[in-house]
Design a protein around this ligand. Structure first.
Ligand code: SAH
Length: 255
């Protein structure tokens, strides 16, 4: 059977994968992915064949996955978190129809495609901090590799202006050291410098760390690419429970 399943494997730990994801990984013939995710998955599925491409070789990775499926193998393309959020579900589906077949309008008409959702970093990191995204929230990536920075700035401005809680992905990379600072400067146009914020690093992986801080402190925080950032709305509070700091956005009920 020619099958390509795009699997979101959650933040990294086995326990945070869905049963559907585990079943797909257990029953496939080959697992394709970015080196970092393959290294996370390998210990749990040691008997599988793994194929990798480095970062920024996403299209190559998709072509590789289709090529394997066309051989009649059952292929899983793994992504961290959810495959539909800054993941590979989009590119796979876009590539599947790139060179329209006259009758079916697909490039790989015989490859059956399935997308299995996973726990995205906003949710796994949100749980580590408590309940930062309890009310309306926006998710924005600070990566300008595929999105013009001006578009990102407009979205940051709009989300801050309307008092969303905001979750930031890709807060930094070597080339973009000051992007989080620039984002915080935009937030400070509308949000108080005391706004409760938090970061979670290496969610579900070795070295998981969380920190609750103010927006003023976040502006000078040096995030890395394995960090997810949470910016509260005007009602978000910090609470201290069991010796830990938590970030809680009210649900809106009166108590
Ligand atoms: N598809 C992924 C997101 C990929 S974009 C998902 O749904 O989670 C990559 C960004 O996601 C990182 O820069 C970071 O901001 C966030 N991220 C993904 N996994 C993470 C983890 N285990 N710990 C902290 N942040 C993570």
């Amino acid at each position: 059977m020619k099958k390509l399943t795009v699997v979101g494997m959650g933040p990294g730990e086995y326990e945070s994968m869905t049963l559907r994801a585990v079943k797909a990984l257990n029953t496939c013939d080959v697992i394709v992915g970015y080196t970092v995710y393959v290294d996370l998955a390998k210990p749990y599925f040691p008997d599988k064949e793994f194929l990798t491409t480095p970062m920024k070789r996403e299209i190559e990775r998709c072509e590789m996955a289709f090529a394997e499926a066309e051989k009649g193998r059952s292929v899983v393309m793994i992504c961290s978190g959810d495959a539909g959020i800054y993941g590979m579900a989009g590119p796979i589906l876009e590539l599947a129809e790139k060179y329209p077949d006259v009758e079916l309008g697909e490039k790989h008409p015989e490859v059956e495609i399935e997308v299995i959702p996973g726990i995205t970093a906003a949710l796994s990191g949100g749980a580590v901090l408590g309940a930062p995204l309890m009310h309306d929230f926006a998710v924005i990536s600070l990566s300008d590799l595929l999105t013009p920075w001006e578009t990102i700035e407009n979205r940051l401005d709009a989300a801050a202006k309307t008092d969303f809680s905001i979750c930031l992905y890709n807060p930094s990379s070597r080339k973009r050291a000051d992007y989080l600072k620039r984002a915080c400067e935009i937030f400070l146009r509308y949000k108080s410098s005391d706004t409760v914020c938090g970061i979670v690093k290496n969610i579900g992986r070795d070295g998981e760390t969380k920190k609750v801080m103010t927006l003023a402190e976040l502006k000078d925080y040096e995030a890395d690419m394995f960090t997810t950032v949470f910016v509260g709305n005007s009602r978000t509070e910090k609470s201290v429970l069991g010796g830990q700091n938590w970030m809680v956005t009210p649900r809106g009920y009166r108590v």
